[in-house]
Write a protein that binds this ligand. Structure first.
Ligand SMILES: Cc1ncc(COP(=O)(O)O)c(C=O)c1O
Length: 390
């Protein structure tokens, strides 16, 4: 059995990495410690790299489809990890989940239709409905005991007339794991409004501290019947550059509409490495994932202890899953832009701007990515501490 070294520092600059080489676009400079875009600074797993290398040895990279063994690996992973008993015909390759959401917006809504989200949330949930000229309806989450919570009476009110809900399950920006009861309530509200639910479960595998993920589709037959589930090996195994996501749809009508869109727009097929990488990850990834989750939890513990000892003014929502945490700097009594400028120009760290997760309500908030060697996380926190003080 291999022991994986997540402490290793790997130079990623110069690899056309969005996280490491594209900071200029969002921060106006490139000399920052990148704690933003949600990929990890760890080596992608050896079994994925070996499968890709082996395929390269054949030296003909022709058109490729998802083989039987690719679908078998997905079906087994879904059954073992999410309790989803999927048939092959209920599954489809998609090139990415953000793209998959855009396809769903096109498939199930028209210009001017309303789309429901809970904020703060992963920025494309905000941008995609707007850039497709849909009406964005936001139900704000509140923070209770350091965890994001849904206001169900607000959600019920806002769901009226919505055609689609985009749900992050677990919820980015802080990997909140929604309980079965919470998911059931969402299902009831959406079903009552004939609202299709997209359950984006990209962070599902990274549950920390022994917690369990509940797939939206498993909470009731009705939930399964009104939903599209998106899953990917990309966050779990740090292979987002492969573009190898999957969607699962049980309901035949929803499936025909959505799969018809994928075929009709010729976005139904992946590149050769997407299939090879995903299959290897889902087939051989158990031990790597186990070790990764232990390391990520250590980073969560480190972050929590560092903030409470040195910067107790920062209110934090810690990840229950995945490697993203939500930091609220408002107790420093500074304007949002001043905090942002200090982070960029004094601390020299790149964090995601909270206002991109749902607007002005999130001024003073920033998302930090802790999917990195702990020495890098410490360096980032030291720099923030030197800049902001206690
Ligand atoms: C909730 C959520 N959905 C989707 C994505 C991106 O998915 P993809 O790379 O498959 O488009 C991310 C990446 O951070 C995410 O956090």
């Amino acid at each position: 059995m291999s022991t994986y070294n997540f402490d290793e520092i790997i130079e990623r600059k110069g690899t056309s990495s969005v996280k490491h080489d594209m900071m200029n676009r969002d921060f106006g400079r490139n000399d920052l410690l990148p704690m933003w875009v949600a990929d990890m600074d760890f080596r992608s797993p050896d079994f994925v790299m070996d499968a890709i290398r082996k395929r390269c040895e054949h030296e003909v990279l022709g058109y490729t489809y998802g083989s039987r063994s690719y679908f078998e690996a997905i079906i087994n992973w879904f059954a073992n990890h999410y309790d989803i008993k999927a048939e092959k015909e209920e599954l489809h390759y998609i090139p990415g989940i953000v793209a998959g959401i855009a396809f769903a917006i096109q498939s199930f809504t028209n210009v001017g239709d309303s789309i429901l989200i809970t904020t703060p949330v992963y920025p494309p949930f905000v941008h995609l409905p707007l850039s497709n000229a849909r009406n964005l309806v936001c139900s704000p989450l509140s923070i209770k005991n350091g965890r994001f919570e849904i206001d169900f009476s607000d959600l019920e009110e806002k769901a009226k007339g919505c055609k689609l809900m985009i749900l992050s399950n677990p919820h980015n920006p802080a990997g909140t794991i929604w309980s079965k009861e919470e998911l059931k309530k969402i299902a009831d509200i959406c079903a009552a409004n004939n609202c299709v639910v997209i359950s984006d479960e990209i962070h599902a595998d990274l549950t920390l501290n022994g917690r369990k993920h509940t797939s939206f589709s498993t909470v009731s037959e009705m939930a399964r019947d009104i939903s599209i589930t998106f899953i990917a090996p990309s966050k779990t195994f740090n292979i987002p550059g492969l573009g190898s996501s999957v969607c699962y749809i049980h309901n035949e009508d929803i499936r025909n509409t959505y799969f018809g869109f994928l075929e009709g727009y010729e976005v139904a097929n992946g590149n050769v490495f997407a299939y090879i990488g995903a299959e290897a990850a889902f087939r051989e990834g158990e031990e790597w994932l186990k070790q990764l989750k232990v390391y990520l939890q250590k980073n969560v513990d480190f972050l929590e202890a560092y903030l409470s000892q040195n910067m107790p003014k920062i209110k934090v929502v810690l990840p229950e899953a995945s490697y993203l945490a939500w930091l609220d700097f408002n107790a420093y009594n500074m304007e949002h832009n001043e905090i942002k400028s200090k982070l960029i120009n004094d601390a020299k760290v790149a964090l995601n701007d909270g206002t991109q997760f749902g607007g002005k309500d999130y001024e003073g908030c920033f998302r930090i990515n802790i999917g990195c060697p702990q020495s890098i996380l410490k360096l980032a926190l030291d720099r923030i501490y030197e800049t902001f003080g206690r």
